[in-house]
Design a protein around this ligand. Structure first.
Ligand code: 6PG
Length: 246
């Protein structure tokens, strides 16, 4: 399905199983793709297991790193060596261990003026895309990975923020009133320009917000995520609200 309500839901036994499923999905799509494969990485803690798994030799030896271009769905506007940096997490758990060309990694700027940094990243995306305007049928990303915050945010599209109304720019800065750090984030139109959007959601703490977003509660920013291709929920039993049978 193209939106969160018509999305397929894959419920797996554990967060390890979620990481394995996403890793195999990425490998399959990257190997199938002709030419460049563009992916936007998610941040926070959920993707840690995925990145560690992708760094394992038996996986890394099969992944087409030379054809893959790695972007970020969002990042906190902090230095890369900050424990809160999504870029720093991906670098230490994944990129430091695999033969990905440095030029294939596109971190979001992490200093200076946040609005200017958003403009700079947007220019980088436009250069990679090869045009200044997003065209239907020509997605910017092959895959966008997204997490889900308990307040319904995804990437750094936070409730009550002006960025939720952004229809033209591809990247924006955002100062959430209920989360630390200024953020840079892809906007809804940039995320929608994709072949696949994968939400990775694990843990019982996410069960309530997952249910609200799954039915498309418009109050939740994540409910407005769309893709030109498919949106898929890859969740564990705890996030799905299913009793964890021991
Ligand atoms: C970020 C993430 C954000 C994240 C959710 C869930 O920069 O924080 O991109 O959108 O996916 O906050 O975070 P957890 O995976 O830590 O629960």
């Amino acid at each position: 399905g193209h939106d969160v309500t018509s999305a397929a839901v894959v419920v797996l036994d554990s967060s390890d199983a979620v990481a394995r499923r996403v890793a195999s999905f990425l490998l399959e799509k990257a190997c199938q793709s002709k030419g460049v494969f563009r992916i936007a990485l998610s941040g926070g803690s959920t993707p840690r297991k995925l990145y560690a798994l992708m760094a394992q030799p038996d996986y890394a030896d099969r992944f087409p790193w030379g054809r893959a271009q790695f972007f970020y769905g969002d990042d906190r506007f902090v230095p890369a060596d900050s424990p809160d940096s999504n870029r720093g997490m991906a670098q230490s758990l994944l990129f430091a261990h695999v033969p990905v060309p440095r030029d294939n990694i596109h971190p979001m700027p992490d200093q200076g003026d946040a609005d200017e940094a958003a403009r700079t990243y947007e220019v980088e995306l436009k250069r990679a895309y090869g045009a200044d305007r997003l065209e239907a049928g020509r997605p910017l990303f092959d895959v966008v990975l997204l997490g889900l915050g308990e307040n319904g945010h995804t990437a750094s599209l936070f409730p009550r923020q002006p960025v939720l109304e952004e229809k033209t720019h591809w990247v924006a800065s955002c100062v959430p009133d209920d989360a630390p750090h200024t953020r840079l984030t892809l906007t809804y139109p940039a995320i929608a320009s994709s072949r696949h959007v994968l939400f990775l959601v694990t843990g019982a703490a996410k069960a309530a917000v997952l249910e609200r977003v799954r039915v498309g509660d418009p109050v939740e920013p994540a409910s407005h995520i769309r893709s030109e291709g498919e949106v898929v929920w890859i969740v564990d039993r705890e996030a799905a609200g299913q009793a964890t049978g021991k």
